[in-house]
Design a protein around this ligand. Structure first.
Ligand code: RNT
Ligand code: ZN
Length: 413
């Protein structure tokens, strides 16, 4: 079947082996927070808040660091290829004593780094500017109170150092992302003041230069959240401007724009002016609901742009969803594999033929080719990719996760 598929693709000018080679060297950063509903290991029983909401109560949630790692290992085993793990600052190893956000050190993440090293994977990192008493009134880095700003600035500085330590020890650049919930429910009187304070705080966080081969900063914009409907301080315009001015990475989350807006359309523009891109591949249903990613048009279009713009070397693909209403390992596996399937489909496009038709003004051929491609045997190539990487094919994925549920997750309740 593979040979037939290869022949068919070759007849339209597509090299299947080439696509498989790119797939094999494109990691996706698995967000640890799908494993425990954005809980973390600080020990508090606090509400999530800050506009983040996880619905569902599916049994078997990881309750400890060891359980979360065990679950991540299972997820990584059923996802073909070599990937990365993306941590939030609340996921430190506090077995040697608790540390507040303004006191965390690389040592609190050493056991994670050792774990990742043993698995041969890279890691990414995030400051956690929520689920904390100092974030309860909705503001962190733009807070009018300088004491609160200082607390979160210290947190941000420490997170960068932790990210750099991860990158150095693992020999692979760590992206450290900043997302803050700061915003207003109702109409603000001084948008400008909040944004000026945010810029000043970010400048102080990023003041120290860290080696680029170990560490990349990214800033994540958002349109609105629950409780920040009238203004998000870190809007798209704010962070696009900030990232261009300071040449940091920019994080685009698929749930953070108007529902009719296309993240895919932004990629070619943004990459003209910012050095690197971080993606939070997600699926918003009516709002930034963080549903599990599926093989849908918005995700396909994102991957098409990454391939067509030759943007993969400058893009860090991360995921951001959290669903507690289904098996959490299945959520990781289904979401990550869906993103990979979209990427594979994009890599199997006849780029030259499409461009030639477009440049010749032959939009009939272009549209026809796009439709034809949907009926090509990309699924055969996907199965081959799974097999070569020792991951279950589509027909066997669910049974593999269900066996883990019976053998491991069931004992947790
Ligand atoms: C929130 C942002 C942010 C978080 C995670 C937990 O709207 O998308 O990236 O989802 O950091
Ligand atoms: Zn996000």
């Amino acid at each position: 079947m593979l040979d037939q598929a290869k022949e068919l693709y070759a007849s339209i000018g597509v090299d299947v082996e080439q696509a498989l080679a790119v797939m094999a060297k494109t990691p996706i950063s698995l967000h640890c927070w799908q494993g425990d509903d954005v809980g973390g290991f600080e020990g508090g029983e606090g509400e999530l808040g800050s506009g983040l909401a996880v619905t569902g109560n599916y049994p078997g949630k990881a309750r400890t660091l060891d359980e979360l790692r065990q679950d991540l290992e299972k997820a990584l085993a059923v996802i073909p290829g070599t990937h990365r793990v993306n941590l939030h600052a609340i996921y430190g190893d506090f077995s040697g004593g608790k540390a507040d956000r303004d006191a965390i050190e690389p040592e609190h993440f050493q056991s994670w780094i050792d774990w990742a090293k043993a698995l041969g994977i890279g890691m990414d990192f995030n400051s956690t500017n929520f689920s904390h008493p100092k974030a309860d009134d909705g503001f962190t880095l733009s807070h009018p109170d300088p004491g609160i700003r200082d607390f979160w600035i210290e947190h941000g500085r420490r997170c960068r150092k932790i990210g750099a330590a991860m990158g150095e020890q693992l020999g692979s650049t760590t992206v450290t992302n900043v997302w803050i919930p700061d915003g207003m429910k109702d109409l603000p009187a001084d948008r400008n003041g909040y944004r000026q304070r945010l810029e000043e705080s970010l400048d102080r966080i990023f003041a120290e230069e860290l080696p680029r081969e170990h560490h990349l900063d990214a800033v994540e914009c958002k349109l609105f959240g629950i409780g920040s409907e009238s203004m998000v301080v870190g809007s798209h315009e704010f962070y696009l401007g900030y990232a261009i001015k300071n040449q940091t990475g920019l994080c685009l989350d698929a749930g953070h724009f108007h529902p009719t807006e296309s993240l895919a359309d932004k990629i070619s523009s943004v990459l003209m002016f910012v050095p690197e891109l971080l993606l939070h591949v997600s699926r918003g249903v009516r709002w930034d609901s963080d549903h599990v990613v599926i093989l849908d048009d918005p995700t396909r279009q994102i991957m098409q742009e990454l391939v067509r713009c030759e943007a993969l070397p400058r893009t860090h693909i991360g995921l951001d969803f959290f669903d507690a209403s289904i098996n959490r390992i299945a959520a990781w596996a289904i979401g990550t594999r869906a993103a990979q399937k979209c990427l594979l489909m994009a890599l199997l496009e006849p780029a030259e033929a499409l461009r030639a038709a477009e440049l010749a003004g032959d939009y009939t051929t272009r549209l026809s080719l796009f439709e034809q491609l949907k009926a090509m045997p990309w699924g055969v190539v996907w199965e081959e990719f799974c097999q070569r990487n020792g991951a279950p094919g589509e027909m066997d994925l669910l049974a593999s996760v269900q066996a883990y549920e019976r053998e491991v997750l069931a004992a947790r309740n």
